[in-house]
Structures are given as C-alpha cells and as structure tokens.
Design a protein around this ligand. Structure first.
Ligand SMILES: [Fe+2]
Length: 173
C-alpha cells in the first residue's frame, strides 16, 4: 500500500508503526477494556461494551501511546483509534490501515477476497484516491450488511464514516 500510494518515508514509518501496534489490546476482555477506560479516562459507549471487536481500537490507541511514547505519536494513536470503525474525515493513513485490516491475506471470507481483488486491480494512477474511497465504501457496505444479517449493533461512527465518503464522492445513487 505504501508503494501504491507513493507514501513518503515518514508516512510509511507512521503507517508501519500503527500496523504493528494496532491490535495491542485485542485479546483483552470487556472488563479489562472498561478498566483501561477508567484508568486513562477514555470515553466509551454501550456499543463498545457488547462489541469487543470495536472496543480494542479505543483502548489500544491509548495503551500503545502509554507503553511506546517514542514510537506512538498522536498521529499513530489516531490511526489505531479508527481502525475498526473508521470515522468522518479519515485521512489517507487512517484509510490505509482500516482497509489493510480488512483485505489482508488471512481474511478468507469470499466477500473480503473479492474486496481485496477489487482494490488491487491496479486503477489508473490519477484515479487512485477515488478508487481507494470506492473500495472503502464497498468495505463499509460489506461490514454493515454482515452486521444486519447477524443481528449485531452497528456503531454510529461506522455509519457516519460510510455516509461521509458517499457525500464526498458526490454520487448519491
Ligand atoms: Fe483490530
């Protein structure tokens, strides 16, 4: 991804650091996440409590900064914080980690394999950023469809992030 988007050395380093640290609290229990939130005064919602798959982004962002203050600057922490839900106004590095998480090779679900193939089908260089946003919208749609089908809650940040990209694309169907 760093090569595809011609990231600078500094951007690549930031993305690489976020990639290494992004799941630092993934194995923690809901109670452990709540304890971390109390210790570090992190705001959390009922959705976080019942969805540990989301919760670890918030606690991970803060704990990574605490444990690795030299490596995890505020930009790295922000990328980690949005890697599960996305957010409104995502920057390039936030988008890349978010998408990398969904398209990495260990994701074998058919819809994600199709998403990976779609993303890497080598778009025109001048359309790279449009292609990235279109891929992200597809990824949000896959995620939201899955959550609907399996009767799970949908974090409002995910809906807002998806809507933000649709509005910015300017093609509302
Ligand atoms: Fe994660």
């Amino acid at each position: 991804m760093a090569e595809l988007f011609s990231l600078t050395k500094e951007q690549s380093h930031t993305l690489y650091t976020a990639a290494l640290l992004h799941d630092i609290t993934k194995e923690k229990s809901p109670d452990e996440h709540i304890t971390l939130c109390r210790v570090y005064q992190i705001e959390y919602t009922q959705t976080d409590i019942i969805t540990p798959a989301l919760f670890h982004a918030k606690t991970g962002a803060r704990l990574a900064r605490e444990l690795f203050p030299l490596e995890c600057n505020s930009e790295v922490s922000q990328i980690i914080e949005t890697h599960t839900t996305g957010c409104v106004g995502m920057n390039l590095l936030q988008k890349l980690l978010f998408l990398a998480d969904g398209t990495e090779k260990t994701r074998t679900h058919e819809t994600l394999r199709e998403l990976r193939d779609y993303f890497y089908k080598n778009p025109e260089e001048n359309e790279l950023y449009i292609h990235l946003d279109n891929t992200l919208i597809k990824y949000f749609d896959i995620t939201i469809s899955y959550l609907l089908k399996t009767n799970q809650v949908i974090d409002t940040q995910t809906l807002n992030a998806r809507n933000d990209l649709i509005i910015k694309r300017g093609n509302h169907g």
